[in-house]
Write a protein that binds this ligand. Structure first.
Ligand SMILES: C[S@@+](CC[C@H](N)C(=O)[O-])C[C@H]1O[C@@H](n2cnc3c(N)ncnc32)[C@H](O)[C@@H]1O
Length: 209
């Protein structure tokens, strides 16, 4: 497939290979849990692009979602599958680029893009692909570091443009109905890859026709 393997796949493979245990732990984001409850998201079919070692997909699978996930890192996907098996969870996991997810259009009730920090052009394509996969009235949950993570704290995805600026994201998803957007300052304790003070952007949208 053109553009595959992804140019950063090797870099991510190395990160996951050298991590002691799960790089981002097994606990899902509190925001994803809150969204499911607060917005009473129907339990259905969910897609997680860039799911890494799988913590968010497993969280939704435990709730009863029928989950598929992808990541460009085959090391991450192998680790995710081992964890799924250990927990006796059945999920669909593939090594694939979230710009071209190998799933049917209009088939998902929920897409959750969690901490996928990629250049703006790539992010726009990933969000467009997510839009194709979602059913009408399906939901998109997004969470990642706010640009202040880079500019004020000097850590996170490296460059501010890789972070989630809520205004930019709203513009990119303009025809969608934004249900909620928040920027929070918190302390992460997710695994060796996510530790300490953090500025997060968390948003949920409903797909409109
Ligand atoms: C910071 S990690 C977050 C992993 C996971 N979402 C979590 O929150 O634990 C970002 C992940 O995005 C993946 N990734 C980056 N670009 C991607 C793309 N175009 N398609 C699929 N996965 C991608 C990386 O391999 C990595 O696993």
């Amino acid at each position: 497939m053109a553009g595959f393997p992804h140019k950063y796949a090797h870099q991510w493979d190395n990160k996951y290979q050298t991590a002691k245990g799960l790089l981002y732990g097994d606990k899902a984001s509190d925001y994803l849990a809150t969204c499911v409850k607060k917005h009473q998201l129907p339990i259905g079919k969910a897609f997680l692009p860039g799911d890494g070692e799988g913590r968010h997909a497993r969280f939704l699978a435990r709730l009863g979602y029928d989950v598929v996930a992808c990541d460009i890192s085959h090391v991450a996907v192998t680790k995710a599958k081992a964890e799924d098996k250990r927990e006796q969870l059945i999920l669909g996991r593939v090594v694939a680029d979230a710009k071209r997810p190998p799933f049917a259009p209009n088939s998902m009730d929920l897409v959750a893009v969690m901490y996928v920090h990629v250049p703006p052009d790539e992010r726009r394509i990933i969000l467009r692909a997510a839009a194709h996969l979602l059913k009408k009235n399906g939901h998109l949950v997004l969470e990642g570091f706010h640009p202040d993570q880079v500019t004020l704290l000097g850590k996170g995805p490296g460059r501010a443009e890789l972070a989630y600026d809520p205004e930019l994201i709203c513009g990119e998803l303009a025809p969608w109905r934004m249900l909620e957007a928040e920027v929070t300052q918190t302390t992460l304790n997710d695994g060796p890859g996510h530790q300490g003070e953090a500025y997060l952007t968390s948003m949920i949208f409903a797909k409109e026709p």
